[in-house]
Structure formats: structure tokens, C-alpha cells
Design a protein around this ligand. Structure first.
Ligand SMILES: Nc1ncnc2c1ncn2[C@@H]1O[C@H](COP(=O)(O)OP(=O)(O)OP(=O)(O)O)[C@@H](O)[C@H]1O
Length: 253
């Protein structure tokens, strides 16, 4: 279940916003990506998950080359992303949002509604049961019937994680999971992410909250102007002069 990004490059009008980036995320790995605004982190996520096509480089997951596979195919392979701004259905309840994220099998074709109603009902029950498990795991049971648009910022991030889990993802790319989240819910989210890693779910996490991120991940990659400038254990990486330079715009010693 290892994700391997190799030599990914993406340019806009001659400017390489992601420039020859290679990194990997082992199954159950907790890996962080940091870097100043505009460093190319979100673009890297889009290249990894197929929301954008790379100019060059490869993406493989679980030993399978997914470079030419579209975003939906990569999600089906077990790799999904969340976005900086949560994309929940605001008028659906929290429980309905979770159920809607589950990939349907039996009910996908309209004909199945007529010819296989039993299979669809059984699948709906299974999805509902998984939604309830996910609600309990994320401690969102109390807001299960609340329209998702009314959740706090932190609860929305928990719901995003839940929606990713409902797809059956084994590797989740989180784009700024702690942005706009209060410290108590940051702890809650971090604890759930750790629980999931213990169960074999891998995470690649973009985050500006360095304190929360470095407590969570075992490996940190730093991007600056499209390139990876440092990788390794968080404390060692943050101590590197090139990293401090990148953050301070070259003003560091
Ligand atoms: N569609 C596009 N066309 C042109 N330039 C783009 C496009 N998308 C992104 N960029 C540029 O690519 C660079 C990297 O953007 P990206 O959003 O990946 O950075 P980031 O590290 O995620 O930043 P932030 O931390 O602010 O979210 C930026 O300079 C941005 O302006």
C-alpha cells in the first residue's frame, strides 16, 4: 500500500510549480508536507490524486502504476484526498454525507433498481452500518442528524475524514486538516488519524500548523518554489538552515 511519487513536474507558462518531486508514503505511514505559501503543495496533491495531469513523473500505489489513471480510478484504487475548504453537502445531514461518500456497486445502473432491488437494499443497510461505525469512531454521533453546513470548522474536518474513510481509502491525503480548527478538535483529529494509522491507513498531510503536524508525523518533507528542499525526521528537518531560510524569505542566518 505504498504510495510512490517519482519525479513529478508541473509547469504553468514555463514556471515549474512542482519541480521533479519524489517521495513515498508507506502503508500506515504518517508523512507531512510543509512549505511557504505557493510552494506547490496543493498542486503536488492534485498530481498525486489525478485532479491534475503531470507534465512528467509517475505515481504508483501498491505497486501499480496509476500515472495514466483518472482521479476516480485512483480513488477506487484506495487513495483519496480532502481539500483545504471542506466540500460537504451542506443541506444533507452528517450521516447522509457519510452514506453519500460510499461507492455504490449494486445501485449504480438504473436497471439494477428494477432487476436487483434486494441487492440494493442489502447494500444500503451495509452502507448505513458503516456510516454509523464511522460516526461513532469520529465521535460525531451527537450531530448525526445535523445538516453538515451547520457544523463547526473542526467538525467539518472530522466529517471530511469520515467521507474519505467511507470510500474505503487506505491512503488519505489531507490538505490543511487543522486550518480553522480549535485546539481541542486538533487533538481529537490527530488522535483519530493516529488510530487509523495503527489500523494500516497511510496519510500524507499538508499543514501550516507546524507544532501540531510535527507531533503527528514521523517524516516531514519541505517544499519551496516547487522543489523538495529537505526530508526526514521533523525535528532534524526544521533545524536545517535551508528550511529556516525558506520560511523567513532568506532572512535567516
Ligand atoms: N492553474 C494555475 N495556473 C497558474 N498558476 C497556478 C495554477 N495553480 C497554481 N498555480 C501557482 O502554482 C504555485 C503553487 O500553488 P499551490 O497552491 O500548489 O501552492 P501551496 O504550496 O499549496 O500554497 P498554499 O500553502 O498557499 O496553499 C503558486 O504560485 C500558484 O499561484
Amino acid at each position: 500500500m505504498t504510495l510512490v511519487l517519482s519525479g513529478l513536474t508541473k509547469a504553468y507558462g514555463g514556471l515549474r510549480v512542482v519541480d521533479n518531486v519524489s517521495l513515498s508514503v508507506p502503508s500506515d505511514g504518517l508523512v507531512g508536507v510543509i512549505g511557504p505559501n505557493g510552494a506547490g503543495k496543493s498542486t503536488l496533491f492534485s498530481l498525486a490524486t489525478g485532479f491534475l495531469a503531470a507534465d512528467s513523473g509517475t505515481v504508483s500505489f501498491d505497486g501499480r502504476d496509476l500515472t495514466a489513471v483518472a482521479a476516480t480510478g485512483r480513488a477506487r484504487a484506495g487513495m483519496v484526498r480532502t481539500f483545504q475548504v471542506p466540500r460537504e453537502f451542506t443541506h444533507l445531514t452528517v450521516r447522509e454525507n457519510l452514506m453519500a461518500a460510499a461507492p455504490g456497486q449494486a445501485g449504480e445502473g438504473l436497471l439494477a433498481v428494477f432487476f436487483r432491488p434486494g441487492a440494493i437494499a442489502a447494500e444500503e443497510r451495509a452502507i448505513a452500518a458503516r456510516a454509523d461505525e464511522t460516526l461513532a469512531f469520529l465521535r460525531l454521533d451527537a450531530v448525526a442528524a445535523t445538516p453538515a453546513g451547520r457544523l463547526s470548522g473542526g467538525q467539518k474536518k472530522l466529517l471530511e475524514l469520515g467521507r474519505a474513510l467511507m470510500t474505503g481509502a487506505r491512503l488519505i491525503l489531507l490538505d490543511e486538516p487543522f486550518a480553522g480548527v480549535n485546539p481541542v478538535l486538533i487533538e481529537e483529529l490527530s488522535a483519530r488519524i493516529r488510530d487509523l494509522a495503527d489500523r494500516g491507513v497511510g496519510f500524507l498531510i499538508i499543514e501550516h500548523d507546524l507544532r501540531a503536524l510535527t507531533r503527528l508525523v514521523s517524516t516531514l518533507h519541505v517544499m519551496d518554489r516547487g522543489r523538495l528542499i529537505a526530508s526526514g525526521a521533523p525535528a532534524a528537518v526544521l533545524a536545517e538552515p535551508a528550511v529556516r531560510d525558506a520560511y523567513l524569505g532568506g532572512a535567516a542566518a
